[in-house]
Design a protein around this ligand. Structure first.
Ligand SMILES: Cc1ncc(COP(=O)(O)O)c(C=O)c1O
Length: 427
């Protein structure tokens, strides 16, 4: 009998895990320990020389986190994964592995606002410059490339505007420029879209959102596609050169198709330190077991809510790529055919005051700054996350006075709509 390749839902439950060899525990145990005892001095020496794989210290690796790493890498179709403390930590660790002072990153200007801040400010302190490109104009990525460009970064479904990126189009630009293509797949999750199939070399996640899915744990993950040739031009010294900070090991030569994940772990996570708590890894793993069920429900509910809002007389516009008339509908059909995610924005005819009234009157929705929870969430960016910006900056960021962002949960769709209906009536 030929060996079957497990399907997505099977991988979501099983990838990376097996009954605990010592106790028989069926759920992945929480290895809540900082460090691991060596068998003897030779074993310790070979672990430190990277000649043997094994556990040393939880900042570098932990058995609970390892199951999470293997599971998300399997769901994305990558060669290896690395778990870190948050989505932002994943981005910082990836860039630290790729960039040296003076290097440049080309990024889509339609990104989560926190990522725009991280790239514009925190990364500038490391001497890394970001050039912004427009996901609606693929040539703008090409125009932004210089000899110093070391990576291209986009979000598959961009937060918060319901923008679908032409992943394949940007991947072709990256391939021509011979730079790795990094896709933040947080809003889509691998259930809706697997960017590696369209040419991504690295996928990053905020596990804090739909992958964990229950609004209880921060986490981040880096998936190595194993596709990029790090040694071709010697432009990525952390990967191609013998590393003085790691006993002269050259990562690409030693680890081949999972060199990037190893370099992120052994050179960046080890030295920068944003390790994931094993307890969080356990909660996120439990969440991932139901990812296909939850994600489909999130999408179906979001499609119903978006269609209902589009017909409401107090609503000026709805930006949801799942709606047939939406400008990203054809890209959504290609990249996220099972559903266009559950995060989207809409505009209120009543402007700023109506936005404030709406978030003050919801009962089922939670008014807070997060997405990707089982619960339905709402925020009015102009009075919260974006309130310090000028009106022009708010408009540029897609956070004008009338804009409301929703993250639709997995409750009964009729209850979600009823809550919006009564809250809209109060505006
Ligand atoms: C698309 C996207 N990427 C990255 C992040 C950052 O993730 P974290 O909050 O886990 O650091 C977020 C957070 O909202 C996000 O929405």
């Amino acid at each position: 009998m030929t060996e079957r390749t497990p399907g997505f839902a099977t991988l979501a439950v099983h990838a990376g895990s097996q009954p605990d060899p010592t106790t028989g525990a069926r759920a992945t145990p929480i290895y809540q320990t900082t460090s691991f005892v060596f068998e003897d001095a030779d074993h310790a020496a070979s672990l430190f020389a990277l000649q043997t794989f094994g556990n040393i210290y939880t900042r570098i690796g932990n058995p609970t986190n390892a199951v999470l790493e293997e599971r998300v890498a399997a769901l994305e179709g990558g060669t290896a994964g690395l778990a870190v403390a948050s989505g932002h930590a994943a981005q910082a660790v990836v860039m630290h592995t790729l960039m040296t002072p003076g290097d440049e990153l080309v990024a889509s200007k339609k990104l989560y606002g926190g990522s725009i801040n991280q790239f514009n400010h925190a990364f500038r302190n490391f001497g890394w410059r970001v050039a912004w490109a427009d996901p609606d104009d693929i040539d703008s990525f090409e125009r932004a490339i210089t000899p110093k460009t070391k990576a291209i970064f986009v979000e598959s479904i961009a937060n918060p505007g319901g923008i679908i990126t032409d992943i394949e189009g940007v991947a072709n630009v990256a391939r021509r420029a011979r730079v790795p293509f990094i896709v933040d797949n947080t809003l889509a999750t691998p259930y809706l879209c697997r960017p590696i199939e369209y040419g991504a070399d690295v996928v990053v996640h905020s596990l804090t959102k739909f992958l964990g899915g229950h609004g209880n744990s921060m986490g981040g993950l880096i998936v190595d596609a194993g596709t990029f040739n790090w040694s071709r031009e010697g432009r990525y010294p952390m990967l191609s050169e013998p590393r003085p900070e790691y006993h002269g090991v050259a990562m690409h030569e030693t680890f081949g198709t999972f060199a990037f994940a190893m370099a992120c772990r052994m050179l960046s996570l080890r030295d920068l330190g944003p390790a994931l708590s094993p307890f969080n890894a356990f909660l996120i793993l439990t969440g991932i077991e139901t990812l296909p069920l939850r994600m489909q429900r999130h999408c179906d509910n979001a499609a119903a809510v978006a269609a209902w809002l589009a017909g409401h007389d107090k609503v000026a516009w709805v930006s949801y790529p799942g709606l047939p008339g939406d400008r990203y509908h054809s890209l959504a059909k290609k990249y996220v055919p099972k559903g266009a995610g559950a995060v989207f924005t809409f505009g209120l005819k009543g402007g700023y005051d109506a936005g404030v009234k709406l978030v003050s009157n919801v009962r089922l929705f939670s008014h807070l700054a997060n997405i990707g929870d089982t619960r339905s969430l709402i925020i009015h960016p102009a009075s919260t996350t974006h309130r310090q910006l000028s009106d022009a900056q708010k408009a540029q960021a897609g956070a004008g006075p009338d804009v409301v962002r929703l993250s639709i949960g997995i409750e009964e769709p009729e209850d979600i709509i009823a809550d919006l209906e009564q809250a809209l009536a109060a505006t």
